[in-house]
Each structure stands twice: as structure tokens, then as C-alpha cells.
Design a protein around this ligand. Sequence first.
Ligand code: QV4
Ligand code: CA
Length: 516
Amino acid sequence: MRMMMKLLLLAALLGLGLAQHNPHYKHGRTSIVHLFEWRWADIAAECERYLGPNGYGGVQISPPNEHIIISNPWRPWWQRYQPIGYNLCSRSGNENELRDMITRCNNVGVNIYVDAVINHMCGSGGGEGHHSSCGSYFNAGGKDFPSVPYTSWDFNDGKCRTGSGNIENYNDIHQVRDCRLVSLLDLALEKDHVRSKTADYMNALIDMGVAGFRVDACKHMWPGDMKAVFERLHNLNTQWFAAGARPFMFQEVIDLGGEPITSSEYFFLGRVTEFKYGAKLGTAVRKWNGEKLSFLKNWGEGWGFMPDGNALVFVDNHDNQRGHGAGGAAILTFWDARMYKMAMGLMLAHPYGVTRVMSSFSWDRNFVNGKDQNDWMGPPSHPDGSTKPVPINADSTCGDGWVCEHRWRQIRNMVIFRNVVNGQPFSNWWDNQSNQIAFGRGNRGFIAINNDDWNMDVTLNTGLPAGTYCDVISGDKDGGRCTGKQVQVGGDGRAHFYISNMDEDPFMAIHADSKL
Ligand code: QV4
Ligand code: CA
């Protein structure tokens, strides 16, 4: 009997924990798109006209809470990572627009995940007054945020032992948690008042229908304090989610190894961003440090990444696509389009992790001594600092500086590929011991990649049923025909792949739904 009770208790605990690892996708969807800095009205429209129809599982939205308004530099993107309070008005829109967007996206099966900035408020040098996105008064120097309210009692300064009050040494776990990250006023999350205000903010969003959170700067919060907040969170709104569904949590922890704080400390709270993934994939696709694609035969946990069930993976994110955060020069972004698409194809075809697609805005980079002087630039905006809408061109691309990687045919089609092969095992690996590789997903999909400087010309076992398949990288299946290349799979499941290293996109992918 005792063993039985223990097993039941374990199951319950695991169930609780695992539930926060589950994105609650609808209709077998598998990927999240980060619509960085998009306005709520544009996200709602995109859910209905594009993300729903093309099988995206959810959207990570920029922080919806009230943030500081910064004039020097002019309206930087990172002003939204400096909270002034939890009123739901920001550069992306007001509470009504947010509510409307969440409803419209949920109604077409696209979940909303909120970027929650709960470790801190604005920078200590943020000044005093009403320069905030809802106009609320605050006094950073006095640590006074009446719109919450937070006063100086609600911050960690008494606990921080460094001279500057900022984090000075990432090898000291107390500094990392209890001092200020680049001078951002550090909240005392062990206090009940702070925990309840944080939970109230997140619960308001859960009750509006969000499916979970990307939690900012988790390395800088004690896991025990985060647990105390997460335990106060409501179950998801039963208008769109099963009764008892727990919010999906994916925690931003930058762990490339070498620091005392590790990703694994946060596994029990939800999934964790695996920053090693993008750094290693960029290095391999760029063929730096002697890396070759043929080494990716054991990609995933075999490369020392965290256990699959805990991982949130991406090629780039809003920080490291512009030199912030971690990943360094190896990170591939939309600026390196040809390699980027190859990396995205590989990530979306491979079973490891929950995948996130970055959708960016462009800016005029200005490198001086290897550093982009314009890495602070905010989204396409009007002279008054308000964000421009996202115009959709006749060819389905976006205009006005919005990059819309999630609409690039090669990426959109690989998001669909991932849905089609969901649950199928990694199979039929082949490589040429250099940079030509291929692998399948059971009997539902197959990808072949040529990253060598010569042609790929091989006959491979795809594992797929016989038939004619459209290559979804060079084109689409349009009714009864392929607009790009096609692949003939024989009765034995084998198919011939010819991929010139001069191709616009030197990789091909076929799946059960691209079969004529
Ligand atoms: C500067 C100096 C400080 C100085 C301060 C004085 O750097 O040393 O004390 O002025 O006022 C902006 C400026 C930064 C400035 C700071 C405070 O860039 O120069 O400090 O404001 O005024 C984003 C940007 C940061 C930005 C921050 C707040 O990346 O540049 O700082 O927003 O606006 C670590 C963390 C990880 C974090 C990563 C960037 O472990 O969690 O750094 N990533 C997340 C988000 C990221 C965000 C934050 C955390 C903070 O992904 O986008 O930082 O919320 O690795
Ligand atoms: Ca902290």
C-alpha cells in the first residue's frame, strides 16, 4: 500500500510539473512564432489570415505591461524590458486591443504566450515623472511605483552585497539573484506583497485566455520564489482550454556552461530556453571550428543539450540576433538568409525540443569595431514613436521593415512539416561524412541537406510510401501539381536526390501532405 501511495504521489507531482511543460497546442500544432514588437491589432489579423491557416501553434508577444518611455536613445526596443507597472498598455496597444487579440487568436487555434518581466522594474537611472506607456507616475530613484504599488521595501537592495548594487560577478549566485541586472531595480520576490502583485498580473492575463508565459531573466530569480508565484497562478481559461490546464512556462535562462547557476535548477518549473542549440547550430551550418553537418547524427541530448522534455529551442532570439544576450557571432539570423533557412529547416525537421520561430523587424545596422551602434533601434515607427502597422504585400511578404521570417515559404512549410511528422521517430539518417546529410521522421517526412561546396547526388531510403512528392522548400503542392521540384519515391521507399550546391536553397523536404 505504501508503495502505491508513493507512486500516486510521484505521478501527481510529475503531472503538476509536466503540465507546465505542455504548450497546450491545438490540432497537433508544434511551433511558436515570436512576433517581436508587433501591435496587438496586427497579431489578431495575422492569427486569422496566416497563423491559423498555416498551422502555427502559438505566438510569443512582447511584454504587454506598462513600461518606461526612453528618449535617449530614442524609443529603444528594450524600453519594454523596463516595467513601470502592470497596467496593460504598451507600445503594442491597450487592454481592449490585447483582450480582442487573445480571443481572436484562440478562436483560430493559435495560443498566446506572454513575455513576463517579473524580476525587476525600470533602471535605477529611469528618473521621475510620467514618461511611461500608460502615463503612470513613478520615481525610479525613490523606487516608487504607485500604479502597482511598489515602494522601496519591495526591492532587493538591502540584500545585495556589491558596491555598485549591480551584478558584478556571475560566479556569485547571490549577486546574480539579489543584485541589479544592468541597474534594473531588482524586485524582492521572497516578499508576499511582491509575489501577490506578480501573480495578480499574470492571473489577469490567464483569465483573458493566454496559454502561458515566456519568463524573462529567470537566472536572476530564486527558483523557490518563482515556485511560490507560479503556484498562485490560475488554471487556464476553460473557454479555450481543458479544465485544470496549467499555464505553459518557458523560462529564459542563458546557460552555455561554466556558471554555477544552471538550467536544470529550473526544470521543475517548466521548460527552459536551450541557448546552446542556436550557438552550436550556427557554428555547424557556418562550418566554423571544424564543425560539419555529418556530426549532427546525434543532435539533441547527444550534444549535451538539456533533456528533450525540458527544452525550448530556436535558431536566434530577439537578443542574440542583435548582439545582446548570448550566442555570439555564430548565431544565424535573417541577415544570413540562405544559411538561416537551412538551420531553420534542420531545427523544424528534427524531433528535439519545442521550436520557436523568430519574426523580426529590420534596422540599419552600423558596425563600428565589430559592434552594431544601432542595436538599440526599435520597431518601424512614426515620428511620435508609435509602432507602425504591418503591411502585407501582394506576394505575401511584409512591408515597412517588418521581416516576417515566419512567412518565408521555406520556413512556413517546415512549420507545417513539423506538424505532419509530429510524434514520428528520427530515422533513416545518412551522411557523406562531410556536410551532406539526410534524415526522416518515421514514414511521414524526409529532409536532405547539401552544405558542401559540391553537388549532392544520391539515392536514399526515405521510409516513405511510394509516390510523387512535392519538395516544400523549392515550392508548394498546389492542387494536383508541384510549383517547385518533385521527388519520386519507389516501392522500396528509396528516392534519388540531386541538390546543386549553387541552388537558392540547397536542401529539400517532402512529407505525407506534400504527396500528389
Ligand atoms: C547601462 C549599463 C549599466 C548601468 C546602467 C546605468 O549597462 O551597467 O548600470 O546603464 O543606467 C538597457 C541598456 C543598458 C542599460 C540598462 C539600464 O541596454 O545599457 O544599462 O538598460 O538602463 C534588454 C536589453 C538590455 C537593456 C534591458 C533593459 O538586452 O540591453 O538594458 O533590456 O532595457 C543577461 C540575462 C538575461 C538577459 C540578457 C540580456 O541573464 O536574462 O542579459 N535577457 C533578458 C531579455 C533582454 C532584457 C533583459 C533580460 C532585461 O531577453 O532583452 O534586456 O529585462 O544574460
Ligand atoms: Ca533578481
